[in-house]
Design a protein around this ligand. Sequence first.
Ligand code: ATP
Length: 219
Amino acid sequence: MNQSTQRIGMLGGTFDPIHVGHLRSAIELQELLALDQLHMIPAQQPPLRDRPQVSATQRLALLKTGIGNTPGLVADDRELLREGPSYSADTLAELRIEYGSDTRLVMVIGYDAFLRLTDWHQPERLFELAHLVVMARPGYCDALSASLMELVEHRRVDSVEALMERPCGGYLSLELPSQMAVSATYIRHCLEAGKSVRYLVPATVEQAIESGKLYQRNE
Ligand code: ATP
């Protein structure tokens, strides 16, 4: 492999709101996979969940605030600019065109999202465009279904080096050092109940949520 071959990551999500579980994972992924850039991409209309209460534009603004000036992390609004549901395969296809066929392109998802991968739009196509890296997430340990095994097992590699030998098509399971048991659902519940979310989100995000009165129960 050419030493200068780029490594690009994509972490999609609802980011409703962005939290330290996302951000700390992003940093650790960047370091472990030696990524040049990690695109964090909020979904417009998440195909598999209800419409969030806070608008896509507000979620993007919180994501930008959370990232701040962290080197290598990019708040990428491409899915908000597209009509219709946000399919990761379409997003990866765009990134593949932008970065070229030789770039190592990695889609990262948490284990909870991974368990539902076979319900996604064109799951096979994801591997024609990118590698899949799955991060362990506290509280999620269900075994893989037979169909998920069939999708990923023959693609499995055991190291970052093996993954990066090719531009796409591999599957690597990772246990990141921090593994934070933080979820956006919990943060929304705290905010609805009027409880503190300090240290669950960056201070700047906490301030933006407060000043925008976001995620509060409507009286
Ligand atoms: P919600 O609770 O609303 O479902 P979430 O906290 O899971 O939200 P998402 O925006 O849905 O956040 O997550 C985006 C991606 O980041 C998913 O692949 C998810 O698995 C992963 N992720 C979220 N939180 C963590 C965490 N604490 N550790 C590791 N991965 C995470």
